[in-house]
Design a protein around this ligand. Structure first.
Ligand SMILES: [Zn+2]
Length: 250
């Protein structure tokens, strides 16, 4: 776990591959349910993440959009069990103590947000489509609606594919950079690329978030994290790590 300080009474961090019960190619703390890993092992891994966070963790079914789910309590089914997904969304906002929220990634950018004073936390999944379409302003607007003040929000931009590694076709670079100019990048070997964490950081600062911490780790280069692209290049699949945040109990 990489722990982040997002304010008093807020627990936040990014998981790594370590500390879980899944075997290769999901070894070991895979938190994604839709990557062909054994579901009971994934739920066990999610329980370990929840134990670290000090709260049950709700995840959404991420679809590279801009919808935001709002939670005022941990989402449970009729039997009282935590649901696997709160539905299709690429961001979640929570306003209650003990309601953990998480975002699943393996190269896309995980964003954690908190206004500790208002008691509002948020997560966002920013891949190239979600970023270009405005998932970052969308989650900030949902936090504002829930009582947060953007200038008080602390944000963490997590491990993700960096702008020196994330190669894309030139037309795709042009499309995304039209919406988010700071994403325009070139790989270390000289081909078109996108710098998604730079785009997320620019969106946060542009919206008025003053306190932005960037975790300087590239998922393609740093094997502590799951990377969809690294796995695909090796002809295999992989798991998902998570950004997690909760308002602590007590
Ligand atoms: Zn990189």
């Amino acid at each position: 776990m990489l722990e982040l300080d997002l304010g008093c009474g807020v627990r936040a961090g990014f998981t790594t591959r370590a500390g879980g019960g899944s075997s290769a190619p999901w070894e070991s703390l895979n938190l994604g349910l839709n990557v062909s890993d054994d579901a009971s092992r994934v739920r066990g891994n999610r329980a370990r993440a929840a134990a670290w966070l000090g709260a049950p963790v709700a995840f959404a079914t991420q679809v590279h959009g801009t919808a935001v789910a709002r939670l005022d309590a941990p989402p449970r089914d009729a039997a009282g069990d935590l649901v696997d997904s709160v539905g299709e969304a690429d961001a979640i906002v929570a306003t209650a103590r003990g309601t953990g929220i998480g975002v699943l990634v393996a190269d896309c950018v995980p964003v954690l947000l908190a206004d500790a004073e208002a008691g509002v936390v948020g997560v966002a999944h920013a891949g190239r489509r979600g970023l270009a379409h405005g998932v970052v302003p969308a989650v900030l607007e949902a936090m504002r609606t829930a009582g947060a003040r953007v200038e008080r929000v602390r944000a963490a931009v997590g491990p993700s594919a960096c702008g020196r590694c994330y190669e894309v076709p030139a037309t795709m670079r042009d499309e995304v950079a039209l919406a988010r100019p700071t994403t325009w990048s070139t790989t270390s070997w000289g081909t078109p690329a996108l710098d998604l964490p730079a785009g997320v950081t620019a969106d946060l600062l542009g919206a008025g978030v003053a306190d932005v911490v960037r975790v300087d780790a590239c998922t393609l280069e740093d094997e502590r994290f799951f990377s969809h692209r690294r796995a695909a290049r090796a002809g295999t699949t992989t798991g998902r790590f998570a950004g997690l945040v909760a308002l602590s109990n007590g």
